[in-house]
Design a protein around this ligand. Structure first.
Ligand code: SF4
Length: 404
Protein backbone atom coordinates (compact mmCIF):
# COMPACT_ATOMS: atom_id res chain seq x y z
CA UNK A 1 0.00 0.00 0.00
CA UNK A 2 1.41 3.41 -0.92
CA UNK A 3 1.32 6.10 1.70
CA UNK A 4 -0.97 9.05 1.09
CA UNK A 5 0.99 12.19 0.20
CA UNK A 6 0.68 14.90 2.78
CA UNK A 7 1.33 18.61 2.87
CA UNK A 8 4.31 17.96 5.04
CA UNK A 9 6.01 15.45 2.83
CA UNK A 10 9.20 16.49 1.05
CA UNK A 11 9.07 19.19 -1.56
CA UNK A 12 6.91 17.20 -3.96
CA UNK A 13 4.66 19.39 -6.03
CA UNK A 14 1.03 19.20 -5.02
CA UNK A 15 -1.08 18.21 -7.95
CA UNK A 16 -4.01 20.46 -8.67
CA UNK A 17 -6.61 17.97 -7.43
CA UNK A 18 -4.77 17.43 -4.18
CA UNK A 19 -4.50 21.16 -3.68
CA UNK A 20 -8.25 21.55 -4.09
CA UNK A 21 -8.95 18.62 -1.78
CA UNK A 22 -6.89 20.21 0.99
CA UNK A 23 -8.86 23.40 0.47
CA UNK A 24 -12.16 21.50 0.72
CA UNK A 25 -10.91 19.76 3.86
CA UNK A 26 -9.95 23.04 5.53
CA UNK A 27 -13.31 24.61 4.63
CA UNK A 28 -15.17 21.56 5.91
CA UNK A 29 -13.22 21.67 9.16
CA UNK A 30 -13.47 25.37 9.92
CA UNK A 31 -16.42 26.64 7.87
CA UNK A 32 -19.19 25.06 9.96
CA UNK A 33 -17.78 26.62 13.13
CA UNK A 34 -18.95 30.02 11.88
CA UNK A 35 -22.40 31.17 10.77
CA UNK A 36 -21.09 34.13 8.86
CA UNK A 37 -18.30 34.20 6.32
CA UNK A 38 -16.57 37.12 4.66
CA UNK A 39 -14.16 36.95 1.76
CA UNK A 40 -11.48 39.62 1.44
CA UNK A 41 -10.93 40.04 -2.27
CA UNK A 42 -8.26 42.25 -3.79
CA UNK A 43 -8.98 41.36 -7.41
CA UNK A 44 -5.52 39.79 -7.75
CA UNK A 45 -4.92 36.21 -8.79
CA UNK A 46 -4.82 34.55 -5.37
CA UNK A 47 -7.89 36.13 -3.86
CA UNK A 48 -9.82 35.78 -7.14
CA UNK A 49 -8.99 32.07 -7.19
CA UNK A 50 -10.10 31.75 -3.56
CA UNK A 51 -13.35 33.62 -4.10
CA UNK A 52 -14.44 31.80 -7.25
CA UNK A 53 -13.43 28.40 -5.90
CA UNK A 54 -15.28 28.84 -2.60
CA UNK A 55 -18.45 29.99 -4.37
CA UNK A 56 -18.17 27.07 -6.78
CA UNK A 57 -17.67 24.58 -3.93
CA UNK A 58 -20.81 25.94 -2.26
CA UNK A 59 -22.73 25.82 -5.57
CA UNK A 60 -21.93 22.14 -6.10
CA UNK A 61 -22.49 21.15 -2.48
CA UNK A 62 -18.89 20.25 -1.63
CA UNK A 63 -18.98 22.64 1.29
CA UNK A 64 -22.02 23.65 3.30
CA UNK A 65 -23.06 27.27 2.80
CA UNK A 66 -22.84 29.65 5.76
CA UNK A 67 -25.85 31.62 6.99
CA UNK A 68 -24.37 34.67 5.30
CA UNK A 69 -21.54 35.29 2.87
CA UNK A 70 -20.27 38.80 2.23
CA UNK A 71 -17.57 39.57 -0.29
CA UNK A 72 -15.46 42.63 0.41
CA UNK A 73 -13.75 43.91 -2.71
CA UNK A 74 -10.75 46.08 -1.77
CA UNK A 75 -10.74 48.87 -4.33
CA UNK A 76 -7.56 50.84 -3.69
CA UNK A 77 -8.28 53.08 -6.72
CA UNK A 78 -4.71 52.23 -7.76
CA UNK A 79 -5.41 48.86 -9.32
CA UNK A 80 -3.85 47.81 -12.58
CA UNK A 81 -6.69 48.43 -15.07
CA UNK A 82 -7.01 44.87 -16.43
CA UNK A 83 -7.43 43.55 -12.89
CA UNK A 84 -9.99 46.19 -12.01
CA UNK A 85 -11.94 45.49 -15.19
CA UNK A 86 -11.94 41.74 -14.45
CA UNK A 87 -13.09 42.42 -10.90
CA UNK A 88 -16.09 44.40 -12.13
CA UNK A 89 -17.10 41.50 -14.38
CA UNK A 90 -16.79 38.99 -11.55
CA UNK A 91 -18.78 41.30 -9.29
CA UNK A 92 -21.59 41.18 -11.85
CA UNK A 93 -21.41 37.38 -11.78
CA UNK A 94 -21.60 37.39 -7.99
CA UNK A 95 -24.58 39.73 -8.07
CA UNK A 96 -26.32 37.39 -10.54
CA UNK A 97 -25.91 34.63 -7.92
CA UNK A 98 -27.38 36.87 -5.24
CA UNK A 99 -24.04 37.25 -3.43
CA UNK A 100 -23.56 40.63 -1.85
CA UNK A 101 -20.27 42.29 -2.75
CA UNK A 102 -19.28 45.38 -0.86
CA UNK A 103 -16.76 47.67 -2.53
CA UNK A 104 -14.33 48.88 0.13
CA UNK A 105 -12.43 52.13 -0.46
CA UNK A 106 -10.46 54.45 1.74
CA UNK A 107 -12.28 57.68 2.62
CA UNK A 108 -11.73 60.34 -0.05
CA UNK A 109 -9.03 62.30 1.80
CA UNK A 110 -7.05 59.15 2.59
CA UNK A 111 -6.88 57.77 -0.93
CA UNK A 112 -3.39 57.44 -2.33
CA UNK A 113 -3.43 60.35 -4.78
CA UNK A 114 -5.63 62.66 -2.71
CA UNK A 115 -3.36 62.17 0.30
CA UNK A 116 -0.23 62.85 -1.75
CA UNK A 117 -1.41 65.69 -3.94
CA UNK A 118 -4.06 67.25 -1.71
CA UNK A 119 -2.44 66.92 1.71
CA UNK A 120 1.12 66.94 0.42
CA UNK A 121 2.44 63.72 1.97
CA UNK A 122 5.26 62.42 -0.25
CA UNK A 123 4.77 59.09 -2.04
CA UNK A 124 5.85 56.14 0.11
CA UNK A 125 9.25 54.54 -0.11
CA UNK A 126 10.86 51.73 1.81
CA UNK A 127 11.63 54.04 4.72
CA UNK A 128 8.10 55.28 5.24
CA UNK A 129 6.67 52.09 6.75
CA UNK A 130 4.46 51.73 3.70
CA UNK A 131 1.82 54.07 5.01
CA UNK A 132 -0.07 53.30 1.83
CA UNK A 133 -0.64 49.60 2.54
CA UNK A 134 -2.27 50.28 5.83
CA UNK A 135 -4.12 53.35 4.67
CA UNK A 136 -5.59 52.18 1.37
CA UNK A 137 -5.84 48.44 2.03
CA UNK A 138 -5.87 47.38 5.66
CA UNK A 139 -7.72 50.18 7.48
CA UNK A 140 -10.63 50.40 5.00
CA UNK A 141 -11.05 46.63 5.19
CA UNK A 142 -10.97 46.72 9.00
CA UNK A 143 -13.61 49.49 9.00
CA UNK A 144 -15.86 47.57 6.61
CA UNK A 145 -15.57 44.45 8.74
CA UNK A 146 -16.25 46.37 11.90
CA UNK A 147 -19.45 47.72 10.35
CA UNK A 148 -20.43 44.20 9.27
CA UNK A 149 -19.71 42.77 12.70
CA UNK A 150 -21.90 45.43 14.28
CA UNK A 151 -24.89 43.96 12.44
CA UNK A 152 -24.43 40.33 13.52
CA UNK A 153 -23.80 38.24 16.60
CA UNK A 154 -20.76 36.05 17.04
CA UNK A 155 -17.61 35.67 15.03
CA UNK A 156 -17.08 36.07 11.32
CA UNK A 157 -14.83 33.71 9.43
CA UNK A 158 -12.68 35.89 7.21
CA UNK A 159 -11.46 33.95 4.18
CA UNK A 160 -8.35 35.34 2.53
CA UNK A 161 -6.32 34.45 -0.54
CA UNK A 162 -3.05 34.36 1.38
CA UNK A 163 -0.87 31.78 -0.29
CA UNK A 164 2.56 30.64 0.67
CA UNK A 165 3.06 27.42 -1.24
CA UNK A 166 3.61 23.99 0.18
CA UNK A 167 7.16 24.52 1.44
CA UNK A 168 6.11 27.52 3.51
CA UNK A 169 3.17 25.59 4.91
CA UNK A 170 5.51 22.76 5.79
CA UNK A 171 7.85 25.18 7.52
CA UNK A 172 4.91 26.91 9.21
CA UNK A 173 6.24 30.15 7.82
CA UNK A 174 3.81 32.93 7.02
CA UNK A 175 5.49 36.17 6.12
CA UNK A 176 4.13 39.67 6.13
CA UNK A 177 4.70 39.60 2.42
CA UNK A 178 4.49 42.82 0.54
CA UNK A 179 7.29 42.44 -1.91
CA UNK A 180 7.96 38.76 -2.36
CA UNK A 181 7.65 37.16 -5.74
CA UNK A 182 4.12 36.61 -6.87
CA UNK A 183 2.57 38.13 -3.77
CA UNK A 184 -0.12 40.74 -3.65
CA UNK A 185 0.86 43.75 -1.62
CA UNK A 186 -0.51 43.51 1.89
CA UNK A 187 -1.77 39.94 1.76
CA UNK A 188 0.16 38.77 4.80
CA UNK A 189 -1.15 41.81 6.63
CA UNK A 190 -4.69 40.64 6.09
CA UNK A 191 -3.82 37.44 7.86
CA UNK A 192 -1.85 38.92 10.72
CA UNK A 193 -3.04 42.45 11.36
CA UNK A 194 -6.73 42.44 10.53
CA UNK A 195 -7.81 40.13 13.34
CA UNK A 196 -6.07 42.46 15.79
CA UNK A 197 -7.52 45.67 14.38
CA UNK A 198 -9.39 47.92 16.77
CA UNK A 199 -13.12 47.28 16.71
CA UNK A 200 -12.87 43.72 15.43
CA UNK A 201 -10.41 42.17 17.83
CA UNK A 202 -11.58 38.77 18.97
CA UNK A 203 -14.52 38.67 16.60
CA UNK A 204 -12.70 37.61 13.49
CA UNK A 205 -11.21 34.26 12.68
CA UNK A 206 -9.14 34.15 9.52
CA UNK A 207 -8.71 31.20 7.24
CA UNK A 208 -6.45 30.99 4.20
CA UNK A 209 -7.84 27.93 2.39
CA UNK A 210 -5.34 28.12 -0.49
CA UNK A 211 -2.35 28.75 1.76
CA UNK A 212 -0.69 25.61 0.40
CA UNK A 213 -1.39 26.28 -3.29
CA UNK A 214 1.50 26.75 -5.65
CA UNK A 215 1.26 29.41 -8.29
CA UNK A 216 0.65 26.76 -10.98
CA UNK A 217 -2.45 25.62 -9.08
CA UNK A 218 -3.73 29.17 -9.17
CA UNK A 219 -3.19 29.48 -12.93
CA UNK A 220 -4.82 26.11 -13.55
CA UNK A 221 -7.90 27.18 -11.67
CA UNK A 222 -8.15 30.70 -13.12
CA UNK A 223 -7.38 29.81 -16.72
CA UNK A 224 -8.66 26.28 -17.24
CA UNK A 225 -11.23 25.20 -14.69
CA UNK A 226 -13.01 28.28 -13.36
CA UNK A 227 -14.04 29.57 -16.83
CA UNK A 228 -15.73 26.20 -17.62
CA UNK A 229 -19.47 26.10 -17.08
CA UNK A 230 -19.28 23.13 -14.71
CA UNK A 231 -16.91 25.08 -12.45
CA UNK A 232 -18.99 28.25 -12.47
CA UNK A 233 -18.19 29.85 -15.83
CA UNK A 234 -16.18 32.59 -14.12
CA UNK A 235 -14.62 35.52 -15.98
CA UNK A 236 -11.35 34.63 -14.30
CA UNK A 237 -9.17 33.92 -17.34
CA UNK A 238 -8.80 37.67 -17.81
CA UNK A 239 -7.21 37.91 -14.36
CA UNK A 240 -4.59 35.35 -15.35
CA UNK A 241 -4.10 37.07 -18.71
CA UNK A 242 -3.45 40.31 -16.91
CA UNK A 243 -0.40 38.61 -15.44
CA UNK A 244 0.96 37.62 -18.82
CA UNK A 245 -1.19 34.95 -20.44
CA UNK A 246 0.75 31.82 -21.33
CA UNK A 247 3.91 33.11 -19.69
CA UNK A 248 2.13 34.02 -16.48
CA UNK A 249 3.42 31.10 -14.47
CA UNK A 250 7.03 31.83 -15.30
CA UNK A 251 6.74 35.56 -14.75
CA UNK A 252 4.89 35.20 -11.45
CA UNK A 253 4.88 38.96 -11.06
CA UNK A 254 4.15 40.62 -7.78
CA UNK A 255 1.13 42.83 -8.12
CA UNK A 256 0.13 45.97 -6.40
CA UNK A 257 -0.77 49.48 -7.33
CA UNK A 258 -0.08 50.82 -10.81
CA UNK A 259 3.35 52.45 -10.58
CA UNK A 260 3.93 51.30 -6.96
CA UNK A 261 6.93 53.35 -5.82
CA UNK A 262 8.14 50.52 -3.59
CA UNK A 263 8.49 47.86 -6.24
CA UNK A 264 11.90 47.90 -7.88
CA UNK A 265 10.39 47.30 -11.31
CA UNK A 266 6.97 47.66 -12.92
CA UNK A 267 6.99 43.93 -13.61
CA UNK A 268 3.24 43.38 -13.71
CA UNK A 269 2.62 46.49 -15.80
CA UNK A 270 5.43 45.58 -18.21
CA UNK A 271 3.87 42.17 -18.62
CA UNK A 272 0.45 43.64 -19.29
CA UNK A 273 1.84 46.06 -21.88
CA UNK A 274 3.28 43.19 -23.91
CA UNK A 275 -0.27 42.04 -24.68
CA UNK A 276 -1.41 43.95 -27.80
CA UNK A 277 -4.86 44.67 -26.38
CA UNK A 278 -3.37 46.39 -23.33
CA UNK A 279 -0.51 48.22 -25.06
CA UNK A 280 -2.57 51.43 -25.01
CA UNK A 281 -1.94 51.60 -21.25
CA UNK A 282 1.75 52.42 -21.92
CA UNK A 283 1.51 55.99 -20.57
CA UNK A 284 1.03 54.43 -17.09
CA UNK A 285 4.78 53.79 -17.20
CA UNK A 286 5.11 57.48 -16.36
CA UNK A 287 3.68 57.01 -12.86
CA UNK A 288 6.59 55.35 -11.09
CA UNK A 289 9.21 57.92 -12.24
CA UNK A 290 6.82 60.68 -11.23
CA UNK A 291 6.42 59.25 -7.71
CA UNK A 292 10.21 58.97 -7.42
CA UNK A 293 10.71 62.52 -8.69
CA UNK A 294 8.27 63.87 -6.13
CA UNK A 295 10.51 62.67 -3.32
CA UNK A 296 13.41 64.82 -4.56
CA UNK A 297 14.38 67.84 -2.39
CA UNK A 298 13.36 70.35 -5.07
CA UNK A 299 9.75 69.27 -4.62
CA UNK A 300 9.62 69.33 -0.83
CA UNK A 301 9.89 71.49 2.26
CA UNK A 302 12.42 70.96 5.02
CA UNK A 303 12.39 71.77 8.73
CA UNK A 304 14.88 74.62 9.18
CA UNK A 305 16.46 73.15 12.34
CA UNK A 306 15.82 73.56 16.04
CA UNK A 307 12.59 71.54 15.85
CA UNK A 308 11.46 70.52 19.35
CA UNK A 309 9.12 67.99 20.91
CA UNK A 310 6.27 69.02 23.20
CA UNK A 311 8.56 68.50 26.24
CA UNK A 312 11.06 70.98 24.81
CA UNK A 313 13.72 68.43 23.80
CA UNK A 314 15.14 68.53 20.31
CA UNK A 315 13.75 66.03 17.80
CA UNK A 316 16.30 63.52 16.60
CA UNK A 317 15.82 63.96 12.90
CA UNK A 318 16.68 67.64 12.59
CA UNK A 319 16.07 69.31 9.23
CA UNK A 320 13.99 66.40 8.02
CA UNK A 321 12.48 66.69 4.60
CA UNK A 322 8.75 66.98 4.58
CA UNK A 323 5.72 67.59 2.44
CA UNK A 324 5.35 68.43 -1.22
CA UNK A 325 5.28 72.05 -2.28
CA UNK A 326 2.15 73.32 -4.01
CA UNK A 327 4.10 73.71 -7.27
CA UNK A 328 5.15 70.06 -7.08
CA UNK A 329 1.59 68.95 -6.35
CA UNK A 330 0.18 70.89 -9.30
CA UNK A 331 2.95 69.58 -11.57
CA UNK A 332 2.13 66.00 -10.53
CA UNK A 333 -1.62 66.52 -10.82
CA UNK A 334 -1.22 67.80 -14.37
CA UNK A 335 1.09 64.94 -15.32
CA UNK A 336 -1.29 62.34 -13.96
CA UNK A 337 -4.22 63.91 -15.79
CA UNK A 338 -2.13 63.95 -18.98
CA UNK A 339 -1.30 60.26 -18.55
CA UNK A 340 -4.98 59.54 -18.04
CA UNK A 341 -5.96 61.56 -21.12
CA UNK A 342 -3.34 59.85 -23.29
CA UNK A 343 -4.59 56.43 -22.27
CA UNK A 344 -8.22 57.34 -22.77
CA UNK A 345 -7.69 58.92 -26.19
CA UNK A 346 -6.08 55.65 -27.30
CA UNK A 347 -8.84 53.66 -25.58
CA UNK A 348 -11.53 55.48 -27.51
CA UNK A 349 -9.64 55.08 -30.79
CA UNK A 350 -9.22 51.34 -30.21
CA UNK A 351 -12.59 50.65 -28.62
CA UNK A 352 -10.93 49.59 -25.36
CA UNK A 353 -11.99 50.26 -21.73
CA UNK A 354 -11.34 53.75 -20.32
CA UNK A 355 -9.41 54.28 -17.08
CA UNK A 356 -9.76 56.79 -14.28
CA UNK A 357 -6.61 57.30 -12.28
CA UNK A 358 -8.38 60.26 -10.77
CA UNK A 359 -12.14 60.59 -10.94
CA UNK A 360 -13.88 63.96 -10.94
CA UNK A 361 -14.54 63.85 -7.19
CA UNK A 362 -10.89 63.09 -6.37
CA UNK A 363 -9.52 65.73 -8.73
CA UNK A 364 -11.80 68.37 -7.35
CA UNK A 365 -10.94 67.44 -3.75
CA UNK A 366 -7.21 67.71 -4.54
CA UNK A 367 -7.71 71.17 -6.00
CA UNK A 368 -9.83 72.16 -3.01
CA UNK A 369 -7.18 70.98 -0.51
CA UNK A 370 -4.44 72.82 -2.38
CA UNK A 371 -6.56 75.98 -2.55
CA UNK A 372 -7.15 75.68 1.22
CA UNK A 373 -3.34 75.49 1.67
CA UNK A 374 -3.46 72.09 3.35
CA UNK A 375 -0.32 70.69 4.96
CA UNK A 376 0.31 67.50 6.91
CA UNK A 377 0.26 67.77 10.72
CA UNK A 378 3.30 69.56 12.11
CA UNK A 379 3.90 71.65 8.99
CA UNK A 380 2.56 75.09 8.21
CA UNK A 381 4.09 75.83 4.82
CA UNK A 382 6.50 78.50 6.07
CA UNK A 383 9.38 76.03 6.12
CA UNK A 384 12.10 76.50 3.47
CA UNK A 385 12.31 74.44 0.33
CA UNK A 386 14.37 71.30 0.89
CA UNK A 387 16.84 72.16 -1.87
CA UNK A 388 17.70 75.51 -0.30
CA UNK A 389 21.28 75.61 1.11
CA UNK A 390 21.23 76.25 4.86
CA UNK A 391 23.23 75.78 8.05
CA UNK A 392 23.38 72.18 9.27
CA UNK A 393 21.66 71.54 12.61
CA UNK A 394 22.45 68.30 14.44
CA UNK A 395 20.38 66.24 16.83
CA UNK A 396 22.24 67.72 19.85
CA UNK A 397 21.47 71.25 18.70
CA UNK A 398 24.94 72.11 17.40
CA UNK A 399 25.00 74.15 14.22
CA UNK A 400 27.51 74.00 11.44
CA UNK A 401 27.26 77.20 9.46
CA UNK A 402 26.90 76.93 5.72
CA UNK A 403 30.33 77.04 4.07
CA UNK A 404 30.26 79.82 1.52
S1 SF4 B 1 1.31 48.23 -3.98
FE1 SF4 B 1 2.85 49.74 -3.45
S2 SF4 B 1 1.79 51.72 -3.48
FE2 SF4 B 1 0.23 50.10 -3.40
S3 SF4 B 1 -0.24 49.87 -1.22
FE3 SF4 B 1 1.33 48.34 -1.75
S4 SF4 B 1 3.30 49.34 -1.28
FE4 SF4 B 1 1.71 50.93 -1.39
Amino acid sequence: MTAQPTLFEGSKRLAYDEAVEFTVASMQAYGPLHDHWAIAWSGGKDSTATLTLIVHLIDVGRIAPPKSLTVFYADTRQELPPLYISATRIMAQLAARGIHCEVVRAPLDKRFLVYILGRGVPPPNNNTLRWCTRQIKIDPMADALEARLASIDGQVLMITGVREGESAVRDQRITMSCGTNGAECGQGWYQKLLPEAKGIRGRLATLAPILHWRVCNVWDWLRIYAPMEEYGGWESAAVADAYGGDEAEEINARTGCAGCPLASKDLALDTILRAPQWAYLAPLKGLKPLYRELREPKNRLRQPGGEKRKDGSLVKNQQRQGPLTFDARMMALNRILTIQDEVNVAAVAQGRPLIDLLNAEEESRIRELIAAKTWPNGWDGDEPNADMPMDSVYADGTVQPLLM
